[in-house]
Design a protein around this ligand. Structure first.
Ligand code: ATP
Length: 325
């Protein structure tokens, strides 16, 4: 069946650069003679029929905006067979032949299930600040979030140094420590507590003690928000109990990490991935995620993209340790 109309949605957590991807998919599709139907609020819009045709002017002036103009939502109906049946009926009604879904692993898990039940070609674009998808060096939004965190840590460093304090800064990263680890490296923090590595608190104590004893007048530790790390607050409390002499503070960066203008890098990868998603559908590819590896577009099956073991380069961990002496 030839594809005439593409349905486009953003789903899961919002990520800066999603709008650049929406623009790219829309314009590339129109450039290739296809129609584009925007589906609002992720899979919910497919279930409720909140769908509208997009023309090139609908995506004007959005490349620089954070968030997503298509809105996003968590949709429990789509996790049920009945919900997906309604979604499929709405697709047929709107004459949508294929889908481009922008989101994270949950979004691709849903897409895979939908494509297995109904004969729908689907291509995914990785949009999540966590960078936790396999088969792509970076996900859309990760670079912007990293820069936002580094900017915040630099500011916290000023007060940490002035007051000779130990700061635990919590960042996002439920299952993946990329944000915590790389922002620690970029901001010159003393350590990163990440879900991929067991925390040895004695070592951390030793590191901080040595630092304060030697040249440092502040210490900053990045902590990924995850049940595996226990979070910054709990770690800070334990550290304060063990060392009441430290002036320990906690900052939880929270949702500010998601917002803001996407960096040039995120806009570029979003634009490239959006165009590649349309090309993939026209080439007859389906059930794949577009990725970028070594600066080249790649296509990865959903099953591979959502594996939960995206490797963290141990060299980055070692470098952070070496530089924090
Ligand atoms: P982020 O990484 O930013 O959290 P995500 O895509 O992983 O993004 P989720 O909320 O996990 O975000 O998933 C987005 C949507 O995908 C869900 O609201 C739901 O509609 C759909 N989805 C997730 N898991 C499934 C599943 N097992 N079956 C069907 N649909 C699913």
């Amino acid at each position: 069946m030839s594809i005439k109309t593409i349905g486009l949605l953003t789903s899961g957590g919002d990520a800066p650069g999603m709008n650049a991807a929406v623009r790219s998919v829309t314009r590339s599709a129109i450039f290739n003679g296809l129609r584009v139907k925007a589906i609002f609020r992720g899979y919910r819009g497919l279930v409720t029929g909140e769908i509208k045709e997009f023309r090139t002017e609908n995506v004007s002036n959005i490349i620089q905006q954070g968030g997503t103009i298509l809105k996003t939502a968590r949709c429990t109906e789509f996790t049920t067979e009945e919900g997906r049946k309604i979604a499929y009926e709405n697709m047929r009604k709107e004459e949508i032949d294929a889908l481009v879904v922008i989101g994270g692993d949950g979004t691709f898990t849903g897409a895979r299930m939908f494509a297995r039940e109904y004969d729908v070609p689907i291509v995914g674009i990785p949009g999540t600040i966590d960078n936790d998808l396999c088969g792509t060096d970076s996900t859309i939004g990760y670079d912007t979030a990293l820069n936002t965190i580094v900017d915040a840590v630099d500011k916290i460093r000023d007060t940490a140094s002035s007051h000779e304090r130990l700061f635990f800064i919590e960042v996002m990263g439920r299952d993946a420590g990329f944000l915590a680890l790389n922002s620690a490296l970029a901001a010159g923090a003393e350590a990163a507590i990440i879900p991929e590595r067991k925390t040895h608190e004695e070592q951390l104590e030793e590191l901080i003690k040595n630092g304060f004893r030697k040249s440092k007048n502040s210490s900053i530790v990045l902590v990924a928000e995850s049940p595996k790390t226990g979070g910054a607050q709990a770690l800070a409390e334990r550290m304060h109990e063990a060392h009441p002499e430290y002036d320990v503070r906690v900052t939880i960066l929270g949702h500010l990490q998601r917002g803001g203008r996407p960096t040039a890098y995120d806009r570029i990868i979003a634009s490239r991935m959006g165009a590649a998603a349309v090309e993939a559908l026209l080439d007859g590819q389906r059930n794949i995620m577009v990725g970028i590896v070594n600066d080249k577009i790649v296509y990865v099956p959903f099953t591979q993209a959502i594996r939960d073991d995206k490797p963290l380069d141990p060299h980055i961990v070692q470098t952070l340790q070496a530089l924090s002496i």
